[in-house]
Design a protein around this ligand. Sequence first.
Ligand SMILES: O=P(O)(O)OC[C@H]1O[C@H](O)[C@H](O)[C@@H](O)[C@@H]1O
Length: 284
Amino acid sequence: MTQENLTSSGRDESKRTPTLRLEGPQGAQATFGLHGAQLLSWTPSACATERLFLSGASRYGDGQSIRGGIPVIFPQFANRGPLPKHGLARTRSWTLLGQAPACARLELRDDAHTRAMWPQAFRLLLDVALSERALTVSLRVENPGHSAFEFTAALHTYLRVADIAQVRLHGLGGGYYLDATRDFAACRQDEAELRFGAELDRVYPDAPRELRVDDGPCRTLVHSDGFADAVIWNPGATKAAALDDMEPGGERRMLCVEAAQAQRAIRLAPGEHWQGSQTLIATD
Ligand SMILES: O=P(O)(O)OC[C@H]1O[C@H](O)[C@H](O)[C@@H](O)[C@@H]1O
């Protein structure tokens, strides 16, 4: 793994945040930053195209959240509790515990700052592993303290797409979802494949483990373990225009397919741990 100035996609986010690069077999590459332990770029071998969206208008400062890549959401999903939206892990600087060419392990522990917001002892481990065509991100939550806590979490993956109007998401047909754009009304998805246009923001409780995103010739399987739910989000043009860290037209080049534990909080007694992962597989 090497400290990078330019990512594989030619984007230069490292001018604004230090990035580290993973090198997998056959030229596969990924980059991440210590800020939020956030994956910022992934190029599988053979495809040679960037597969993670990262807004050119992202903010990288201390305490900011980065618009794109794979933000780690913990211990609160969205605004479902008293903490800042999506919790505190995505805005903190993590520690790099270990590195190898194609994998890395990062850690976040509670400190005075996190305890001021959320008075719990915790330890998070994020493992990232890159293979020829796949990227796996695993989140482990440990309770090293003396009292139990509850949390929700997600890997808030921003897939980069060529044209959202052409994207088809397979795997959720016939499933029930909560529509965040309509006060979380419970609905059923009748269509076998989901298409995108206006804002779409849904939580699919107890979702299938495997979804497939077709974006023209690019196909990505999204496999999750441990996380019960899937969250699918595209802001659409109107909402995107109100996000000051979204690049112009960015909503047409992204789709969030999130492995989430949003509906049911996980309770960890002292000494217990929980683990969830998401694997992205390029099949084109
Ligand atoms: O703007 P952010 O805080 O990064 O949140 C971005 C989005 O995250 C999730 O996908 C939620 O379901 C959306 O409601 C939210 O708008």
